[in-house]
Structures are given as structure tokens and as C-alpha cells.
Design a protein around this ligand. Structure first.
Ligand code: ADP
Ligand code: MG
Length: 396
């Protein structure tokens, strides 16, 4: 692991790729998690006596070039308040202007360059752009786990210009250590809870996990594709008809590998996709027309809970109901509670995925979880067994 921990960066100009792609509503940052998570790395470098040049993307610029609504200016202002010092910034995309700012940096100074995706070539991993960026500093630190599955100029290509001076930031290091712990030597029994709306987005993760886990819990919207494939009535529940064979194959594969597969056994259904629809309890997976499965029933919650409480390693990705509606958040809350309890008893627990993280935060159990990943897509690709370009670029 090329960690920054045991290196002294005094006098260096550190180019640091961070993931500051935070939600912004009318110029206000509504969730600053990603900024807070990057602070330990920034503070370590500054306290060593380095200066820091931050690179980040924001949103998905389409035009190529500056777009005022996708400027990082609000993030710069926010960061400046958080670290209690000015952050040098220019909205110019001209490297002459940027280099001039970078050259003025002194030990302990921070600057940020404008949304890296304003630059042509960034998302293609362009080497010319990477080279220009590399000339701004004298070492490279990647702390953007959330963008580590992208082979872009600022996340991967740039590392080539620092063969002996490239490092994982502290956030990135923590993600890698924890994900490796899950995937290489998990304490048994190992239980994966996979939910969410679509089987298609999780199929590769499930395949890669099957040889590792003892128990696989499948819940949420995707469980209705399994249910239908086994001949159950699912009413108007969300279903991927073209993935029914995939579901049947997974059931078979789990059986062959000796993995205990748990699917919902009772269901809370609604007569519309809303919080205040009429609710029907289906004591079996048998949902009449006009109703759709929205959450796990009480027997299912109890079943899942028992499995979770017997586990030593737990991975959770994907809510088991439409948790955004309070009426249908009980299943997801029950999972959060059970994972927290198991963790209290000594299990190692990991939660990841954009919606899963917001669910665990909402449940109030977030501080009980061993590890919460900051990367949605990046974490899923890691769990799929893929090599992430942002990680590979530092290891090479
Ligand atoms: P993550 O972002 O954690 O990887 P996903 O994006 O795969 O999770 O899935 C989250 C979404 O799945 C949520 O928006 C949730 O409402 C939805 N979902 C869960 N259960 C159902 C269901 N029964 N019907 C429709 N959508 C569901
Ligand atoms: Mg999601």
C-alpha cells in the first residue's frame, strides 16, 4: 500500500484528486460528507508543511468548457470555511493562469482548480491533459475513491508522471483495506444482503460474492424477479422479465455452492407507488393484481434478522423496500438495526451504495457500522472483482 501515512511531505506541492461531487441545491451544499471525508488527507499534508492543489469533478458537464452552474466555486467557499484558511481558486481553464497560482503556493497553502471535467480529454484519460496537470505539483495523491472506477486523466493517467511519488490518500486507503478484508479473508459466517430495485445492476456483484458467502439475503424490488421466475404472483411489483432466467440460474448456483439463499416470505404491498397509498399485508409471496410489493413483511424481517445476528461478517448493499416512503421503510430499518446489533456483538459490517448509505444514515444506526463506503459505483465494481483504474494506477 503506497500510503501517505509514513511519508513526510514537507516542502512538497501535492496534487490531490478528491471526490467533492456533493449535492448542491440553489448554491447550498446539502450533504458535505464527501468534503469532510477528504479532510484527514488534506490536513495531514498541510501539517507536514506541504501545499495542496486539489482536483475534483462536479456533475457531468456536457458542453466542454466552463459552465457556471457546474463551477466548483461553492465547494471552494465551503472548504475554505471548514479548514479555516483561504483556498486559492481561479475559474480560468488556462494552464498559464493555473500554473501562476500554483507557483505562488507556500507551505500550508491550499488551492483548487476548476471542475476537472470542464477540460476536454479528462473523461477519456487524455495524456496531454494529465501531463499539464502533473506539471502543477511534484507528487500525486489519489483520495477520490468515489471516482476510482473511472479511467480519467486526473484519476488514473496522471499517476504515470509520478512513478515514484504517487500515493493513496487516507480515505482511499481505508476503503481498500476494508474492502479487501471483506473479499479476501472474511470471518465466517459471511452474510451478504443485496437489495435495491434491479437485479441487472447487482448480478455481477452477486456472482462474485457467491463463492465467498455462507448466506445470501435478497430483498427489495429485485426479489420480485426471483419470485415471478419461481411462479409466484407478484401483481404490479417491479420486475425485469428478461432477467427471470438469470434469477433461476442464481438460485441454482447458490444451491451448488452450498450458499443459503434467503428471499422474502411475506410482503407489504401498496396499491400505488406512494407513501400514503392503501397498504395490504400479503402473508405469502402472492400479490394480487392492482398491488405492488413495496417492503418486507414481519416474518421476512424476523428471518433476515436471525441470519444477520448469526454472522461474523456482513455486507449490505441495497434497501429491501421503498425506504424513501416512511410507510415502507420498516424492512430496511430492521436490516439496519440487525446489522448494528450484530456489529455490537463483534461482527465486522460494511454498508455501501448511494441509497443504502442514505438509508443507514436515516435509520440512526450509522455510527454502529464497522465501515461505510463512500463510493457507490466504485464499491460495486470492487465487489464485482474488477480492478479499479484509480487503484491500479497507484499500484503499478
Ligand atoms: P444502492 O444505491 O444502495 O446501491 P439501489 O440503487 O440498487 O441501491 O436501490 C435503491 C432503490 O431501490 C431505492 O430507491 C428503493 O426505493 C428501491 N427499491 C427497493 N425496494 C423496492 C421495491 N419493492 N419496489 C421498487 N423499488 C424498490
Ligand atoms: Mg442507488
Amino acid at each position: 500500500m503506497k500510503s501517505i501515512k509514513n511519508v513526510n511531505f514537507a516542502g512538497k506541492k501535492a496534487l490531490v484528486r478528491v471526490d467533492f461531487n456533493v449535492p448542491i441545491d440553489k448554491g447550498q451544499i446539502t450533504d458535505d460528507t464527501r468534503i469532510r471525508e477528504a479532510l484527514p488527507t488534506i490536513e495531514k499534508l498541510l501539517s507536514d508543511g506541504a501545499s495542496v492543489i486539489l482536483m475534483a469533478h462536479f456533475g457531468r458537464p456536457k458542453k466542454g468548457g466552463f459552465e457556471p452552474e457546474l463551477s466548483l466555486k461553492p465547494v471552494v467557499d465551503y472548504l475554505s470555511k471548514m479548514i479555516n484558511k483561504p483556498v486559492a481558486f481561479t475559474q480560468s481553464l488556462d494552464f498559464k493562469d493555473i500554473k501562476a497560482l500554483a507557483d505562488e503556493l507556500k507551505s500550508g497553502d491550499v488551492m483548487m482548480i476548476e471542475n476537472i471535467r470542464f477540460y476536454q480529454g479528462e473523461t477519456k484519460g487524455d495524456e496531454q491533459l494529465a501531463k499539464k496537470l502533473s506539471e502543477l505539483g511534484d507528487c500525486y495523491v489519489n483520495d477520490a475513491f468515489g471516482a476510482a472506477h473511472r479511467e480519467h486523466s486526473s484519476t488514473a493517467t496522471i499517476a504515470r508522471f509520478f512513478p515514484n511519488d504517487k500515493y493513496f490518500g487516507l480515505l482511499m486507503e481505508n476503503e481498500i483495506v476494508n474492502l479487501n478484508r471483506l473479499m479476501s479473508s472474511p470471518n465466517k459466517p459471511f452474510t451478504a444482503i443485496i437489495g435495491g430495485s434491479k437485479i441487472s445492476s447487482k448480478i455481477d456483484v452477486i456472482h462474485n460474492l457467491l463463492p465467498l458467502v455462507d448466506n445470501l439475503i435478497i430483498g427489495g424490488g429485485m426479489s420480485y424477479t426471483f419470485a415471478k421466475s419461481r411462479g409466484n404472483r407478484i401483481g404490479n411489483s417491479i420486475c425485469e422479465d428478461d432477467k427471470m432466467q438469470v434469477a433461476l440460474d442464481l438460485i441454482e448456483e447458490a444451491k451448488n455452492k452450498g450458499v443459503n439463499l434467503y428471499l422474502p416470505i411475506d410482503i407489504m404491498a401498496g396499491d400505488a407507488f406512494s407513501n400514503d397509498c392503501n397498504v395490504k399485508y400479503c402473508p405469502e409471496v402472492d400479490i394480487p393484481d392492482g398491488w405492488e410489493g413495496m417492503d418486507a413483511g414481519e416474518k421476512t424481517r424476523e428471518l433476515f434478522r436471525e441470519v444477520i445476528l448469526k454472522s461474523q461478517t456482513i455486507l449490505w448493499n441495497g434497501p429491501v423496500g421503498v425506504f424513501e416512503f416512511e410507510t415502507f421503510a420498516k424492512g430496511t430499518d430492521a436490516i439496519a438495526k440487525a446489522v448494528a446489533e450484530a456489529t455490537d456483538k463483534g461482527a465486522f459490517s460494511a454498508v455501501g451504495g448511494g441509497d443504502s448509505v442514505s438509508a443507514i444514515n436515516k435509520s440512526g444506526f450509522a455510527d454502529k457500522i464497522s465501515y461505510i463506503s463512500t463510493g457507490g459505483g466504485a464499491m460495486l465494481e470492487f465487489l464485482e472483482g474488477k480492478t479499479l483504474p484509480g487503484i491500479k494506477a497507484i499500484m503499478d
